[in-house]
Write a protein that binds this ligand. Structure first.
Ligand code: FES
Length: 294
């Protein structure tokens, strides 16, 4: 699935470089191959809680960016210690960085499997550069064990350089493209109670999309009570009204996140955020909603 979305990129000095990188056809081929390899594993019912853990549904935001600090920090410290002549301590930090990089890669691959299009290609490049960086650090560790210090330090510096380039691409994905951020973070209003639908048109247990101030909101009724939440999935903006609704839970049609219709609570990832709720009531035969203020 490659949903059509408005381009979010701004023009800058990096735009031609990113365009050239992202348009490499081999990235699609490699991405498809990797997806085919991983899909049987990802589709196992037992994999669901593991995937949710790796995405960070328990943390309240993505786990991957939290872990990325560890290998970069350990490897930077290792290089610094090498430069001041503390080779043994540098070796310990180098090994710790490589171990942390493996854990970080697992969370990164999990997040990558629920990206699409340009972001998927750029994410793959980010991952491949990180694998190259890790390879150089492991080669440095091997040289260190063989007491070839100059080679070890050179490989360590090269590895850190490659990992830094990979981190720059990771920054572009998060801050430039909005991957792993809450898609509804800036949504607010309407400030006043706003009628959106005749009370009689909202059927019990059947979610219904309405337009409020130019954006889509999902209404849901349970007996006399009505509820409302953003229709754009917090994960990447998928249209929840097009997903399956069953037993009071709606499933996003894009990557399968699930939210409780009553209160928008996150039931299943990959989203790590609940859906933004609006207040809802029935007044004068109309369903009215009011959003987060400011
Ligand atoms: S957009 Fe990805 S799960 Fe909804």
């Amino acid at each position: 699935m490659d949903p059509a979305r408005p381009a979010t990129m701004q023009e800058g000095w990096q735009s031609p470089l990113l365009d050239a990188l992202e348009q490499q056809p081999w990235l699609d081929k490699a991405g498809n191959y990797l997806t085919e390899l991983l899909q049987p594993l990802l589709d196992l019912p037992e994999a669901r809680p593991i995937k949710d853990f790796l995405h960070g549904t328990w943390l309240g935001h993505s786990l991957h960016p939290v872990l990325t600090d560890l290998p970069i920090g350990f490897w930077s410290g290792s290089l610094l210690l090498d430069l001041v002549g503390a080779g043994r301590s540098a070796g310990v930090l180098s090994a710790a960085g490589s171990a942390a990089a493996v854990a970080t890669a697992v969370t990164g691959v999990t997040d990558w499997t629920v990206t699409d299009g340009r972001e998927k290609r750029l994410g793959l490049l980010h991952g491949l550069l990180n694998v190259a960086g890790l390879g150089l650090q492991l080669a440095s560790l091997q040289a260190r064990l063989g007491r070839r210090r100059l080679r070890a330090v050179s490989l360590s510096a090269a590895g850190l350089t490659v990992s830094t380039a990979a981190a720059w691409l990771g920054g572009e994905l998060v801050f430039g493209r909005g991957i792993s951020v809450n898609h509804d973070a800036w949504t607010a209003g309407p400030e006043k109670w706003t009628p959106v639908l005749d009370d009689s048109d909202l059927v019990d247990g059947a979610p219904r999309k309405v337009e409020v101030e130019g954006r889509a909101v999902l209404l849901y009724r349970e007996g006399p009570r009505v509820f409302a939440m953003e229709n754009a999935c917090a994960h990447a903006g998928g249209p929840l009204d097009e997903g399956e609704a069953r037993d009071g839970v709606v499933t996003c049609p894009w990557h399968g996140s699930q939210f409780r219709l009553r209160d928008g609570a996150l039931v299943r990832g990959p989203s790590t955020f609940s859906q933004l709720r609006l207040q809802a009531r029935i007044a004068k035969g109309q369903v009215e909603v009011r959003g987060r203020q400011g």
